[in-house]
Design a protein around this ligand. Structure first.
Ligand code: AMP
Ligand code: GLY
Length: 455
């Protein structure tokens, strides 16, 4: 395969999809990238098509009419709705699991039951279908904090760390009685709080082989010092200072390979990306969640650091031939990404503010700005979502990467722009020993391609 012949459709319109389009468009195998619906950033590397990511009929029609060779599904919603199944039935090559595999992300209860069945380490938990039982349980507890999770999809906003029964009961009422997150909160999980360092590990898998990508640290809370409510992610660092080869081997053997094995024996075909949201505790890695798609903003760091062409990996995952691929090559430098959010996010926020300074930001050395919630309007770029964009930069070490990422970010302005200022600084662990993280120790050494029975 040498000539640029492929037409690739990326489904979605956030920062992850801009990052994927950017990387896919750089492949010598690719003739054209389409993005549905895309954003103001994707349109510089892909053709935007005005079809929503949840419009399954529209997307199936688009893939057929445009004779798409590979469909890459970005967000969880279309996966949970069964887009991958629908496209595969029609003969398309698809990167992304079917509806059955997407349940790993779409239902916390399903995921926790799967983790327990497969003996994959995770926090102790209970499921509640009624608010009364949940509140009685909270009132009987003495160890705080606890974690309350809405069962369904909530774009990273359905998890609440509570410090008392009173606080917990307020969350239970909001989710189960007031239905603040709709049907997603009609069932909940109450989980043990796990102190430790949080880590995102993503692996491509065709159901038989894993290709583990470089680990990324995401900053989930809205405010500096890991305070305030959870978000989809406010910043990224990769590589991650505390991650050793040994830890990655543990994550493979205790989490990723058992998950792959579990999917197989439960008859779930999974061709796409398996994302393990982990807490690295003193007792080893514990799974906080699985996602069934590329992380956002984690993917922005992955595409900046991946030297290899991503497209052969996406194709091999979709075809089921991942075993034949060599491990990808990585830039050993550090990538930092700073997410700019709209004021008010993750609660309600305004859209439609004019964004300036993008060209100046893009001119900062080693910087690339990925758009999230943006749209074009008469040659202007306007805010159009909660997480508006992510300014990334590569540097020889975390300090250089941080300086460049913030330098790029600070060129960009819009009314109500909000960001954390501590991305890449040492983090203090919550509720654990007051340990500070060490300086970055370098990359874990590249992804590995592993079969189900390796360990
Ligand atoms: P989840 O969607 O389950 O990954 O949860 C969102 C975020 O809440 C995680 O990224 C963690 O920051 C935090 N979190 C979730 N579960 C726990 C837990 N059991 N212990 C501590 N923090 C948690
Ligand atoms: N950044 C967390 C996620 O993609 O779910």
């Amino acid at each position: 395969m040498s000539a640029a012949t492929l037409k690739v459709l990326v489904v979605g319109g956030g920062g992850r999809e801009h990052a994927l389009c950017w990387k896919i468009a750089s492949s010598p195998l690719v003739k054209e990238v389409l993005c549905a619906p895309g954003n103001a950033g994707t349109s510089s590397v892909a053709r935007s098509v005005d079809v929503a990511a949840s419009d399954l009929d529209g997307l199936a029609r688009l893939a057929k009419d445009e004779r798409i060779d590979l469909v890459v599904i970005g967000p969880e919603e279309p996966l949970a709705l069964g887009l991958a199944d629908r496209l595969r039935t029609r003969g398309h090559l698809v990167f992304g699991p079917g509806q059955a595999g997407a349940r790993l992300e779409a239902s916390k209860v399903f995921a926790k039951e799967f983790l327990d069945r497969q003996r994959i380490p995770t926090g102790a938990w209970r499921r509640f279908e009624r608010s009364g039982a949940a509140k009685s349980y909270l009132e009987s507890q003495s160890g705080w904090p606890l974690v309350i999770k809405a069962d369904g999809l909530c774009a990273g906003k359905g998890v609440f760390v509570v410090e008392s029964a009173q606080e917990g009961c307020t969350v239970v009422d909001a989710l189960m009685e007031e239905k603040k997150l709709g049907e997603a909160g009609s069932e909940i999980v109450i989980e043990e709080f796990l102190p430790g360092r949080e880590l995102s590990v993503m692996a491509l898998t065709d159901g038989a082989t894993l290709c583990v990508l470089e680990p990324v640290m995401d900053y989930k809370q809205i405010h500096d010092g890991d305070r305030g409510p959870n978000t989809g992610g406010m910043g990224i660092v990769s590589p991650v200072s505390f991650v050793t080869q040994r830890l990655m081997r543990q994550i493979e053997s205790r989490v990723l390979l058992p998950a792959l094995h579990g999917l197989r024996i439960e008859g779930i075909e999974f061709r796409g990306l398996l994302y393990a949201g982990l807490m690295i505790t003193e007792a080893g890695p514990r799974v906080l969640e699985f996602n069934c798609r590329f992380g956002d903003p984690e993917t922005q760091a992955i595409v900046r650091r991946m030297h290899s062409d991503l497209v052969p990996y996406l194709l091999a995952t979709a075809k089921g031939t991942l075993e034949a691929e060599r491990p990808p090559e990585w830039d050993t430098r550090t990538c930092i990404g700073v997410v700019g959010a709209a004021q008010g996010y993750p609660a309600s926020y305004e859209k439609g503010h004019m964004i300036t300074g993008l060209a100046e930001a893009g001119a900062v050395p080693e910087a690339v700005v990925f758009h999230g919630g943006t749209k074009s309007d008469h040659h202007q770029v306007l805010t159009n979502g909660g997480r508006v964009l992510c300014a990334t930069a590569l540097g020889e070490d975390v300090n250089v990467a941080r300086e460049l990422a913030y330098a790029a970010f600070d060129h960009i302005q819009w009314s109500g722009k909000y960001a954390r200022r501590d991305i890449g600084l040492p983090r203090v662990l919550r509720a654990g020993p007051n340990t500070e993280l060490d300086e970055p120790a370098g990359a874990f050494g590249g992804g590995r391609v592993r079969g189900e029975h390796d360990s």
